[in-house]
Design a binder for this molecule. Sequence first.
Ligand code: PMT
Length: 398
Amino acid sequence: MAKILLGVTGSIAAYRACDVARELMHGGHTVHVVMTRAATRLISPDTFAALTGNPVVVEVFDEPVPGQIAHIQLAQEADLVLIAPATAHTLARLALGLADDMLTTLALATRAPILIAPAMNPAMWSHPATQAHAETLRARGVEFVEPAYGTMACGDEGWGKLADTPVIVQAALQRLRRACDLQGVHVLITAGPTYEPIDPVRFVGNRSSGKMGYALAEAALAHGATVTLITGPTALTPPVGAQVIRVQTARQMYDAVQAHFDACEVFIAAAAVADYRPERALPRKRKRTGAEWTLRLVPNPDILASVAERKGHRLVIGFAAETDKALQHAKVKLSGKNLDLIAVNNVLEPGSGFAVDTNRLTLLYADGRIEELPMMPKRACAERIIEVVAEHLRQRRG
Ligand code: PMT
């Protein structure tokens, strides 16, 4: 059974968190309540302590168990962080990564999935600032139980009421199930560009930022997978919990993939591997002379094709970066490289492909199915691909 951290913030709906806690406990789960100071003005921590049988923490320096640093301990042990109700202020603090009380500190320190049920006045919920904060959190993989329509305590009517208790509890249980559906599964992911040296200062590269591959690593981790991320040079911070292998060139990425492929069950190639490299890298910087300079390029190995041909039971997923006749070209890659699935992006479309935060993917399956995803944050695209992986493994295991 799971350990759930229930965050309660200063909304008038704070009292409803009692029912949420009780329902989760009826399901056999352990609930630890963390309250903001504002929430304690609306409902007493003693109520939650009595209901859950666990001490309630509010302040960062609260230490219910002497000798244990509460925020680290709670954050590490949690299987799910559920914040219900969440105020506009708490959403803003979470989006900014503030750690000015126990709840926000825990949210930063945990690796567990975070589910948020907002509750606030409709004008506050629809305010662009609140929506932007919610979007930032969604892009990081935080999920929401959307507020319901109704009349607020203040008399205003609209979207902003805390969702019904059964809806929140079902969402929490479903999120818990997904949090472990890839437990024990080793997912190998490539991300970012490769840099092929011309001389010590110049290289042949491409526009990949690594965002798509890193989002896949985050999503796989959020489903409980063991993740190895082989990454070309990027400015991104790798997700906590992934084993990270940094490479520069296509041949280094090839070697790293060969070394880790046998141990994986799922391989996802999101890297933009340079197809060609300069035939030889100059040992010193080539000086400018004014004369023409012809670079001779030779092909790099196709990493994805090289492992897919010996994939055995493994699930192998590729990407296709296209500029024209996207589906036609991607279908050739799907069958030519012996893939189970290929995710196609048109890199000329604004908001799609290289270096942006969103993507519009079309998934082509080996059995001929085609699934078109809307333009959405790369984290959401990654979530869909990881869901497909989980569905596939579930079916295979019967
Ligand atoms: O990193 P971002 O800025 O977020 O951008 C995301 C992305 C556009 C890089 C990503 O969505 C994407 O499309 N990745 C694949 C880019 C690519 O190299 O596509 P391709 O059509 O050239 O290659 C097809 C597949 O073969 C890819 O899975 C690629 O990783 C793989 N490949 C290609 C060449 C090669 N030598 N070895 C490979 O493994």
